[in-house]
Unconditional design. Structure first.
Length: 85
């Protein structure tokens, strides 16, 4: 795995904070390969809540196709990076 660039690290750290807030778990750990199956309680309702919180945190908006096409946290991080330019 390649080392994260500064912007990637900032995005990941903010994502980790969002995940911990949404899942109410200060000890939650995620990485680029984390999926909904890896986190107990990550259902469709929580997914919507998570995406709204990510949009608010990063000041971006996702369309349905973008959200539906995400396979893991790494893809979410890349999507955010692309939106931020």
């Amino acid at each position: 795995m390649f080392p994260m660039r500064t912007n990637d690290k900032m995005i990941f750290e903010k994502l980790l904070t969002v995940f911990r807030e949404v899942f109410l778990d200060e000890d939650l750990q995620i990485d680029g390969s984390t999926t909904a199956q890896d986190i107990p309680g990550w259902d469709s309702f929580v997914h919507v809540t998570l995406m709204v919180k990510v949009e608010e945190t990063f000041g971006v908006q996702f369309d349905d196709d973008e959200i539906g096409g995400l396979a893991d946290v790494g893809e979410l991080q890349q999507l955010i990076a692309g939106k931020l330019g």
